[in-house]
Design a protein around this ligand. Structure first.
Ligand code: NAD
Length: 546
């Protein structure tokens, strides 16, 4: 029954260039969502939430694409058509790269203080327009309204960090010989590109936009084709903040546009965030073409609960981190390892998960919304089913959830699966509200399990013992570690540090790494002889550096 309904919805919503608007525009939305959708369409130039086309943003203009292929963006809680995203044509893509190349000639020569002032203004405008951004995120991505504000805030923090560019861009200088100085400067690369996933429609574009531009580069952004609205609003805010035409450009689409980014000789660096398949492809193709590439990919993040943990803190933290955003965060806790007597806490963990409210993102008190698409839901359901088939135990089964008022939504309720590391549900990233529970007797066993996993994005331990935490932190081979903190994403003065199969490329996002990523070094050695200040005589000898 359920699978028939999903198949029907899937057929209606498949993104593959088919319009799903079988009902009149917005008739699927309730009053609150509809008024937000209408307001977005009225107020913003690049996007629509009432079924019109999303535009390209090229050389400072929001331009209707002449694409022949469009991708439908639908509200995942109702399947209502919100906007149609073009597969940007190759001529338009070329135009965007040209605009970025032209803009680089002048933008790269502006002073860092000029660029900093634009960033200050962007920060103010994002704050001022966060309600519009959040509404767009809820409509297109499906997360809850407070969580959408969190999505924006975490991006805004990168904007705020970028405002410290004058000190971040400090170079180095030393007198290497008498009157001779060597100076290292960090100079911009040129045209850069950013390819974003669906799960953080504001935060991830904001990982790149401020850092790329404040360092003097120009940028081509390709947002996710599933929820490009927030990126379009941000593009308009960049324009209002004073970023000159061509400094940021937005193009759209799927694999053809991504491949154009990987291949275009004028593009010097690519930032990618998304799944493993695309991430490896973009890293390989981009680096083979001589580009600098940073690629953040999938994850399987384990939380360990020790028997001495603060039980309330541990269970609430893990339930929030596993099911918030319907589990569609790359730092979501997707595995919990219960150690020794902490295994007795499993029933309480299940109760907390069961009590979460699943609903449309604008509904008051909603804890989690739908997953992004019927296809994503089907994948999640099949991984849950595989756990059953492989001998796992479903302690809480969210597969058959119905959400009043949102009968067509892609909802999956919180699901708790007891499994072992040989099962598919453990080995594969589920990216949905399904938490895998493992049992272990000792901390060493837990560390062995985590280190055997191919991913290395994040992990957490809950304990009251500093010694236990220290041992965990020292021995676990994961890039981002939380001690009594479930989602240890570093603030942007640090850098993203996921490792192993979760990342390719040596330079992480934001922080000092981003400055390295977006700049190259220029070393100048100069001689200004003191005596030349008065009179000079030519030297014909090679410099000997004495
Ligand atoms: P995705 O890989 O499907 O899409 C990401 C981007 O790549 C999109 O812009 C898409 O158009 C493009 N793309 C998709 N398939 C492609 C292909 N075969 N070739 C070229 N380009 C392609 O990812 P998603 O579903 O949007 O996002 C979810 C994934 O992102 C999860 O795996 C999640 O863990 C990961 N993610 C990672 C981080 C991190 O920092 N490690 C952060 C957020 C999300």
């Amino acid at each position: 029954m359920l699978s028939t309904r999903i198949a029907r919805l899937r057929h209606r919503c498949a993104c593959s260039y088919a319009t799903v608007a079988t009902r009149p525009a917005l008739s699927g939305l309730n009053t609150v969502a509809r008024s937000k959708a209408e307001q977005i369409s009225r107020d913003w130039n690049g996007t629509s939430a009432t079924g019109e086309n999303t535009k390209n943003f090229i050389g400072g203009e929001f331009m209707e694409s002449s694409a022949t292929k469009y991708i439908d963006v639908v509200d995942p809680s109702t399947q209502t058509l919100l906007t149609r995203v073009p597969e940007t044509t190759s001529a338009e893509f070329e135009q965007a790269v040209d605009a970025a190349s032209q803009a680089f000639k002048t933008w790269s020569k502006t002073t860092v203080l000029t660029r900093q002032r634009v960033i200050f203004e962007l920060q103010r405008l994002i704050r001022e327009n966060s309600d519009a951004l959040a509404a767009s995120i809820v409509l297109e991505q499906g997360k809850t309204l407070p969580d959408a504000h969190g999505d924006i805030l975490r991006g805004l923090q990168v904007v705020e960090h970028a405002a410290s560019a004058p000190s971040l861009l400090f170079g180095e200088k030393i007198e290497v010989s008498r009157d001779m100085d060597t100076e290292v400067r960090k100079v911009p690369l040129g045209v850069t590109a950013s390819i974003a996933p669906f799960n953080f429609p504001a935060m991830i574009p904001l990982w790149s936009i401020p850092m790329a531009t404040v360092t003097g580069n120009t940028l081509i952004l390709k947002p996710s084709e599933r929820d490009p609205g927030a990126a379009m609003i941000i593009a308009e805010l960049c324009q209002r903040a004073g970023l000159p035409p061509g400094v940021i450009n937005v193009v759209h689409g799927t694999i053809p546009t991504v491949n154009s980014i990987c291949d275009h000789p004028a593009i010097r660096a690519i930032s990618f965030v998304g799944g493993d398949r695309a991430g490896k492809h973009i890293y390989n193709r981009g680096t083979q073409n001589g580009k600098r590439v940073q690629s953040n990919m999938g994850a399987k993040n384990h939380a360990v609960i020790m028997p001495d943990a603060n039980k309330n803190l541990a269970l609430n933290s893990i339930v929030g981190a596993a099911f918030g955003a319907a589990g569609q965060r790359c730092m979501a806790i997707s595995v919990v390892i219960l150690i020794g007597t902490a295994q007795a806490w499993l029933p309480d963990l299940i109760t907390l998960a069961q009590n979460l409210k699943v609903s449309g993102g604008f509904e008051k008190g909603a804890d989690l919304g739908p997953v992004i698409s019927p296809a994503a839901k089907e994948r999640i359901l099949s991984l849950i089913a595989s756990a059953e088939q492989e001998g796992g135990k479903l302690h809480l089964d969210g597969r058959n959830i119905t959400v009043p008022g949102y009968e067509h939504g892609n909802f999956v309720g919180p699901t708790v699966i007891e499994a072992d590391p040989s099962m598919r549900c453990y080995k594969e990233e589920i990216f949905g509200p399904a938490l895998v529970v493992l049992r272990a007797e000792t901390l060493d066993d837990a560390i062995d399990i985590i280190n055997a996993n191919r991913y290395g994005n994040g992990t957490a331990i809950f304990t009251q013992s500093g010694a236990t935490a220290r041992k965990f932190e020292t021995n676990v081979e994961v890039g981002q570690i939380g001690i009594n903190i479930p989602i240890p994403v570093p603030l942007p003065m640090f850098s993203w540090s996921g490792n192993k199969a979760s990342a390719l490329g040596d330079l992480g996002f934001y922080g000092k790494s981003a400055i390295e990523f977006y700049t190259m070094k220029k070393t100048t050695t100069s001689l200004w002889k003191a005596e030349d200040a008065l009179a000079s005589k030519a030297s014909v000898n090679m410099p000997t550096h004495h």
